[in-house]
Ligand binder design. Structure first.
Ligand code: HEC
Length: 120
């Protein structure tokens, strides 16, 4: 038993959970990226969502789903939240909270040298 958990725990750190994958699918399917960005980075008045607190995002999404907003700006969220089930909100918040950019391993390519051989 201990051996199994020794193998499974590190594995689960490297593989995205089914909840994360489902949240990612929902995020794409509902067009959330249109305002909050492909990398959950937000833009203009649209808040970033990457790695934000789960409890807070769940609270906000449930409020928007109940057609409650604190200001006109937030009303924009209501049509995108009304169709979400509890499970959808759960998986979306897992995805946003644990978000890891997919291109992160390519972003810093340290094989590229900024200094040349002085020839040009
Ligand atoms: C049409 C643009 C738009 C789309 C599409 C959209 N949002 Fe939003 N979202 C907003 C705006 C505007 C706010 C409120 C910003 C504020 O409080 O001033 C917001 C707020 C939020 C918040 C609360 C964040 C905070 O800081 O209070 C969450 C969580 C969120 N959106 C998730 C989502 C998810 C998940 C989807 C897809 C189902 C989605 N949004 C689709 C515009 C959008």
């Amino acid at each position: 038993m201990r051996f199994i958990s020794l193998v499974l725990v590190p594995l689960s750190l490297f593989c995205a959970s089914p909840e994360y994958e489902d949240g990612k699918r929902l995020y794409g399917q509902h067009g959330c990226f249109g305002c909050h960005g492909r990398n959950l980075e937000g833009m203009h008045n649209y808040p970033y969502l990457a790695n934000r607190a789960k409890g807070y995002m769940k609270y906000k999404l449930e409020r928007f789903r109940s057609k409650l907003s604190d200001n006109q700006q937030q009303e924009m969220m209501i049509p995108f939240a009304v169709g979400l089930s509890d499970k959808d909100i759960e998986n979306l918040t897992i995805y946003m909270n644990e978000f890891v950019p997919e291109d992160s391993k390519n972003r810093y390519d340290d094989s590229y040298k900024t200094y040349g051989d002085g020839g040009s």
